[in-house]
Design a protein around this ligand. Structure first.
Ligand SMILES: N[C@@H](CCC(=O)N[C@@H](CS)C(=O)NCC(=O)O)C(=O)O
Length: 315
């Protein structure tokens, strides 16, 4: 493993983690796997991010990337072969990913949390874990944000037309991105996987054989070559790193409330809006980042996609 081999902090049941695992598989890219806890507390992750608790995160040395939209761009830079965002697809990808994160994902979660979905899920968890998990997520949604959380009635109203439209498109080309998969496929696969691999609710997709065959094609990419790493060792590796990753090549971004060099807080606007504080060191169309000092992890550069995160000046 080289210094630029990405370290991926994730857990098995997380659909956003699954999205990136299959990207690694598609790209046949080597990575290091840190098993993160599915609920708080997450001491190693918080040492690295300074407060961002969502899964997964991607670490390259002392650079920590939050949110899978941004991770996919970083992965494309680390391994450009088989691009996830072909040139000219930047804006369309951004718009579709936002819809997946904020609409399709929540509709899938609503289906998942029906009693038969929860029963199948809980049998895959350690005894007693389900209650802890449900309480953790209830507390997370109670923190506020623009999304009120999953709603089964909305899911029932919206999903059939979405599945049917995906089915129609997959009758023309093997992937949503065309002849080869793109980030759009991996983004949509995330909530579909949540439904498709849960024995209690899998039948929701029975009427859509092309969609299921597409999910099987993505599953067949596997997870790529990886080795396990302890979370504390990942924090130590961060501390030992002296060089930072260059910014992604997005156009400069004039933020309404802050400039480079300002002390800022960055947090998600949709849900789990925990704030990460530090000095603003990158602001462009593809990423905003702060430099922070952590007692355990040392200097950390924490990166976010500007879309769906807010940057506010401190003081
Ligand atoms: N927009 C984020 C969403 C990540 C997300 O919501 N992940 C879920 C797990 S799949 C989560 O963090 N749940 C709370 C937790 O794991 O602590 C991304 O693309 O990474």
């Amino acid at each position: 493993m080289s210094a630029s081999t990405p370290i991926f902090h994730h857990y098995a049941a997380s659909p956003f983690s699954e999205k990136v695992r299959k990207v690694f598989g598609y790209k046949q890219m080597a990575w290091q796997s840190v098993q993160a806890p599915p609920v708080l507390p997450k001491p190693d992750q918080i040492a690295l991010t300074g407060g961002y608790r969502k899964a997964p995160i991607l670490q390259v040395g002392h650079d920590v990337y939050c949110d899978t939209k941004l991770m996919c761009r970083v992965i494309d830079r680390l391994k450009p072969e088989r691009p996830l965002i072909p040139p000219g697809a930047e804006a369309a990808t951004l718009m579709i990913e936002r819809w997946v994160d904020q609409t399709l994902f929540f509709n899938a979660v609503a289906l998942f949390f029906q009693p038969q979905g929860v029963a199948a899920f809980s049998s895959a968890l350690p005894p007693g874990m389900l209650d802890t998990f449900l309480k953790d997520r209830a507390a997370m949604f109670a923190q506020g944000g623009t999304l009120p959380g999953p709603n089964l009635e909305t899911a029932r109203a919206e999903l059939p037309a979405v599945f049917a439209t995906i089915e129609t498109q997959l009758g023309v080309k093997p992937f949503l991105g065309g002849d080869a998969p793109t980030q759009i496929d991996f983004a949509v696969y995330n909530p579909i996987w949540f439904i498709y691999t849960n024995a209690g609710i899998k039948a929701e997709l029975k009427a859509f054989p092309k969609l299921c065959a597409w999910a099987d094609r993505i599953l067949a990419f596997g997870d790529g070559p990886f080795s396990e790493l302890d979370g504390a060792a990942a924090v130590e590796l961060c501390r030992a790193t002296r060089t930072s990753q260059p910014p992604l090549p997005g156009a400069p971004l004039a933020l309404p409330q802050a400039r480079l060099g300002d002390r800022v807080k960055i947090g998600a606007t949709d849900y789990a809006p925990d704030q990460v504080e530090g000095e603003l060191v990158i602001a462009n169309a593809f990423e905003v980042a702060v430099r922070r000092e952590d007692a355990r992890a040392g200097t950390v550069i924490v990166h976010f996609p500007p879309e769906a995160f807010s940057v506010t000046k401190v003081g």
